[in-house]
Ligand binder design. Structure first.
Ligand code: D41
Length: 666
């Protein structure tokens, strides 16, 4: 009897380990969470009934019972080396040249992978069982963090495979994925706790917990990058050794690749740099390791860094600089945005002297004061942000930041809606700032695309009283413009020409250009597809508006409000009178081709979403209904269609496939 219980326990452990491996190491889960939970519950139950079978490497034993008093120091049998840095192609070329000359080969194969921004650790396995995990520390002595590391699901407690070495020390990086970091900080903020500055600090803080139960809640991951002590067989190169580790149960970097020579390494560098923001974890560069272990041994190391490896750093995405002051800008919709004026600093590949602070709450949240030193972050193409204050550098004369009580541009009252973080100027188009922004939006590339009408010129035109709003743009004359400072006859003529040729547009662009709150390009397109004409959009009721797939209650409210305001109607009328027009694509044959037909969409479509299909059918004059009836012209059925098919069949309504849908929409 108990022999069969043991069999079941062993079987459960193996199955759970296999699922863990698929889920946490291979990112390729094979069973739903519910099934996994059921297996784990069964295992926990059996182990509590038969404690004689309990072993520390059981997957049920990741989170230990009692917290520690302190971490114990441990020595690394083989020191954990550090990495030299390269910051430019020249640095890297020089490194490669030195190495080639040292080992006397014409070209070197490198095993390349992203440099994860986490905490380096050493994991020791005896007979395939995890016996110790330690931080790198100073490379010779680190701290025993076994209990915490055991809670990390991508760290195998027991290795898989016939060829696992007797003794194996695996080195790697423990890190917090970006998504987990965001969630952790959101939780911290919700509980009025201090958020972590970056995923690296969050990972370090999570590993430094004396209570492993806390670490267990932190969603850390571990990725292997090298082998330390090994008693047993290992392939003779880095890339193959990493794949052995992967088979034995470790996560390795999916971007790992072998590149031969400097040119291939540079191509790899550039390709990862452009992918950087899409990766689910933070990286701060690329690590290049000579692939051959023989070559590694020949090259050796100096002052604790191997001669055969280098970290080629990406430009830093965070730097410290000084806050010179805070300006309050008024946007197109009146939203007042604090903008940090910074002492210029080179970060993320460009010089930054302004950074957004989003809203007043953000200033409070990061506890910002004038004169502070701040951490500025610029990642990818995202606008630079002030991340945090370096409190240790706060000067004695730091001053509180006071938000304006009235609009800094037009002095109108400032409104702040209950529950909204954004404060707004109530001046509407009486506020020159909002007017300027409205004109800028109207002239922008995705709207009427008026070349040469940029921010500075708009500002001058409004300040000089030449235009009051978008309605006045089309009556500007060359003579008026030529009088402006730094505007010659020629550029005045060019601008007037650009304005005139912008008169021909599309209804989609025109609706977008109006600058109705929260009506972006996609919503403008959806409105036009749904209603067909400007008259229909402007006279639509709230109920009509929320029928449009892209439009919710809030946006419907904004649209309705826009077309109820007399000055907006006057502006639209002025624009039309001045000759803005769009070729009427809506009234001709194509649109009305499906007039009078009613369709039902069901199942999953492959080439478009159901909303898209709906919008396009409506655009052609058809009705789209949610339920099948005798009035239904046809049902378009995608994959995994359900009860609507049966209903159509029973009513004798034609059932068509996606191909037919595509044809009808073409
Ligand atoms: O991703 C990393 N942070 C990473 C760090 C990596 N992918 N490879 C590394 N390789 C080494 C050597 C070549 C010494 C085995 C490393 C580190 N070292 C390292 N991390 C912290 C200090 C050194």
């Amino acid at each position: 009897m108990s022999a069969s219980v043991l069999d079941e326990i062993v079987e459960l452990r193996n199955t759970i380990e296999k699922h863990n491996y698929q889920y946490y190491v291979m990112d390729d889960p094979v069973v739903p969470d519910s099934e996994y939970d059921r297996l784990m519950q069964r295992l926990v139950k059996l182990e509590s009934e038969y404690p004689q079978y309990l072993v520390p490497e059981s997957p049920s034993q990741r989170v230990g019972a009692s917290p520690l008093d302190a971490f114990i120091q441990v020595s690394h049998e083989i020191p954990m080396l550090s990495l030299d840095n390269a910051f430019s192609e020249e640095d890297f070329t020089a490194f490669d040249k030195r190495l080639r000359e040292m080992v006397n080969v014409p070209s070197i194969e490198y095993c390349c992978e992203p440099k994860l921004d986490g905490i380096a650790v050493s994991l020791l396995y005896q007979e395939g069982v995890l016996v110790r995990a330690a931080t790198r520390g100073d490379g010779r002595v680190g701290e025993d963090i076994t209990l915490n590391v055991r809670t990390i699901k991508s760290v195998p407690l027991k290795l898989i495979g016939e060829d696992v070495p007797e003794k194996l020390e695996v080195r790697g990086e423990i890190y917090m994925p970006k998504k987990s970091f965001k969630e952790l900080n959101a939780r911290a903020l919700a509980q009025d706790e201090k958020p972590f500055a970056n995923p690296r600090n969050a990972a370090a803080g999570s590993l430094r917990q004396l209570n492993p139960k806390i670490t267990a809640t932190r969603n850390l991951e571990m990725c292997a990058y090298s082998v330390g002590v090994v008693e047993g067989a290992l392939p003779d190169n880095q890339h193959a050794a990493m794949h052995s580790l992967n088979r034995w149960g470790f996560r390795i970097n999916a971007e790992m690749q072998v590149c031969d020579g400097v040119a291939a390494c540079m191509a790899y560098f550039n390709s990862l740099l452009s992918k950087r923001d899409q990766l689910p974890y933070e990286i701060d560069g690329i690590v290049y390791k000579a692939n051959s272990f023989t070559l590694q041994r020949q090259a050796g190391f100096v002052s604790r860094a191997p001669r055969w490896a280098i970290a080629f750093k990406f430009p830093a995405q965070e730097e410290i600089t000084e806050l010179l002051g805070v300006d309050f800008q008024v946007g197109r919709t009146g939203a007042i945005t604090p903008v940090a004026r910074l002492k210029p600093v080179f970060v993320g590949g460009v010089t930054v002297s302004n950074a957004t602070l989003h809203n007043m709450d953000e200033i409070t949240r990061i506890g910002l004061m004038n004169g502070d030193s701040v951490v500025v972050r610029r990642a990818g193409d995202v606008i630079p942000q002030v991340v945090s204050v370096v409190l240790a550098r706060r000067p004695d004369n730091a001053k509180a930041i006071t938000p304006p009580l009235t609009c800094p541009v037009c002095d109108s009252a400032i409104e702040k809606q209950e529950g909204e973080a954004v404060a707004r100027c109530s001046g509407g188009l009486f506020c020159p700032a909002q007017r300027k922004e409205a004109i800028r939006h109207f002239a922008s590339r995705k709207a009427l695309d008026i070349e040469g009408l940029g921010e500075k010129l708009i500002s001058v035109l409004v300040d000089e009283g030449l235009i009051g709003g978008i309605g006045d743009l089309f009556s500007l004359t060359v003579n008026q413009l030529a009088l402006l400072e730094r505007m010659g006859e020629k550029s005045a003529q060019n601008l007037v020409n650009a304005i005139q040729s912008a008169k021909k547009t599309t209804l989609e662009k025109f609706v977008y250009a109006l600058g109705i709150r929260e009506v972006g390009e996609a919503t403008a397109r959806a409105l036009v597809a749904h209603f067909g004409t400007l008259e229909a959009i402007s006279s639509a009721s709230y109920e009509d508006l929320i029928e449009v797939s892209d439009v919710g209650p809030v946006v419907a409210g904004h649209i309705k409000m826009f077309f109820e305001q007399p000055h907006n109607l006057e502006t639209v009328a002025a624009l039309l009178k001045n000759g803005i027009y769009w070729p009427d694509t809506t009234r001709h044959d194509t649109v009305k081709s499906l007039q009078g037909n009613t369709y039902v969409l069901t199942g999953t479509l492959v080439t478009m979403t159901r909303d898209e299909a709906k919008e396009r059918l409506i655009g052609k004059g058809a009705k789209v209904s949610g339920s099948v009836s005798t009035k239904t012209t046809a049902v378009f059925a995608g994959e995994a269609a359900g009860s609507k098919l049966a209903k159509a069949e029973s009513l004798g309504v034609p059932i068509l496939d996606e191909e037919a849908l595509i044809k009808i929409l073409a």
